[in-house]
Design a binder for this molecule. Structure first.
Ligand SMILES: C[S@@+](CC[C@H](N)C(=O)[O-])C[C@H]1O[C@@H](n2cnc3c(N)ncnc32)[C@H](O)[C@@H]1O
Ligand code: SF4
Length: 353
């Protein structure tokens, strides 16, 4: 069974697996409490007693690409990897977290210690996931990540044709196709459990290829497809502000999105494909249930805004960060819709656990 229902079913399975790994530990109970209060009751206090349930950790801010919609190039020079010891220290400080997402402004597979980090997180019974451009998924790297126990991998593909993919990512789509197919072949042959998603960013440059991207996800053998709209924050590169697809960008965008959803259903793919109905209210849960931690240990509100920094998990204790003055101020601002330019502001609720 595919579709939104499939996405919920997958979330529920994930929840039970986390529970299974943890027994019914405090970590799991905190997660349940946090999920119920934020997702279902919409309870977003300025100071919260619940701890975060997931953390996105930027294990590197080096990258091998320069994609047109990604602000990474405007933020860093060469970049650096997070040392393994810093990663361990950070994990020790966030005992309520049940999921680690290995992703930041960079390509996580560049960090040679990523498989060890995944293994370490799995030893702590954490759910592990990553997003990658897929270009470094060599046979060895694929096997080492699956052997380490990686639970989910999202591979970014923003075009169905070589021309559009090349325009957006600057490289040949055949590389990522080859790597993805091999990764999934190994997984199926060896019986690894890693779920694989195609990740797409919807923008003016590729909106017409949306249905084709969904077909490609099915053809390459992905389990599901996640399509989010290009988003921008105050510190973003200026071009991104004109890149969003809006209701009045041009004719047919709603039909294209609907067609993509219909095709995902017909292929039986689990899918989260965002519509254009942005103004449905505040759904963002990041500052109440998640942490974005960069290579230096700095904690941001979410994965879109690098600033403000609300604290540092290498230099400070968790309690100094989670309800810090800056964090409380920004929770308050978010409740007053400061993040209106961000599509996640309205959609984040769909990424339950
Ligand atoms: C920043 S990248 C890091 C992981 C990896 N390098 C990759 O490309 O998948 C994480 C995800 O953010 C997406 N992304 C980049 N710029 C974006 C933007 N302006 N709005 C929304 N998503 C964006 C990428 O396409 C990718 O799926
Ligand atoms: S989207 Fe990913 S691969 Fe592309 S420049 Fe940004 S971090 Fe690098």
């Amino acid at each position: 069974m595919g579709g939104e229902l499939g996405a919920w079913r997958w979330s529920t399975i994930k929840l039970f697996r986390i529970a299974e790994r943890n027994g019914l530990s405090n970590r799991f109970l905190n997660g349940a409490k946090c999920a119920v209060s934020v997702y279902f009751l919409g309870h977003r206090p300025i100071r919260t007693a619940n701890g975060p349930i997931f953390a996105q950790v930027e294990i590197t801010n080096k990258c091998n690409l320069r994609c047109i919609m990604c602000k990474r190039y405007s933020m860093f020079g060469e970049g650096r990897h997070m040392p393994f010891d810093d990663f361990k220290l950070i994990l020790e400080k966030i005992p309520t977290v049940t999921q680690i997402h290995f992703q930041g402004y960079g390509e996580p597979l560049l960090n040679p210690q990523m498989p060890d980090m995944v293994s370490y997180a799995r030893e702590k019974k954490l759910w592990t996931s990553t997003s990658t451009n897929g270009l470094l998924l060599s046979p060895e790297k694929s096997l080492s990540l699956m052997e380490a126990g990686l639970d989910e991998i999202g591979i970014s593909v923003d075009g169905s044709t070589a021309k559009t993919y090349q325009k957006i990512r600057g490289v040949n789509i055949r590389e990522v196709e080859k790597n993805t197919k091999r990764f999934l072949k190994f997984r199926n042959e060896h019986g690894y459990k890693t779920k694989a998603w195609l990740l797409g960013v919807v923008m003016r440059e590729n909106i017409e290829e949306l249905p084709g991207i969904v077909d490609l996800a099915a053809e390459w053998g992905f389990d599901g497809v996640v399509m989010q709209h290009v988003t921008h924050s105050v510190e973003d590169v200026p071009e991104n502000f004109g890149r969003s697809v809006t209701e009045d960008s041009f004719d047919g965008e709603k039909m294209l999105i609907q067609e993509a959803i219909d095709r995902a259903k017909s292929h039986g793919l689990v899918h989260v494909i965002h519509s254009l109905d942005y103004d449905k209210g505040l759904n963002c849960y990041w500052p109440w249930s998640g942490l974005y931690i960069n290579v230096d240990g700095n904690v941001s509100l979410c994965s879109v805004t690098y600033n403000p920094v609300v604290g540092n998990l290498i230099k400070q204790d968790f309690s100094q960060v989670w309800n810090s003055k800056v964090m409380r101020e920004w929770r308050s601002k978010l409740r007053n819709h400061i993040c209106k330019g961000c599509k996640f502001h309205y959609y984040n609720k769909q990424y339950v656990i």
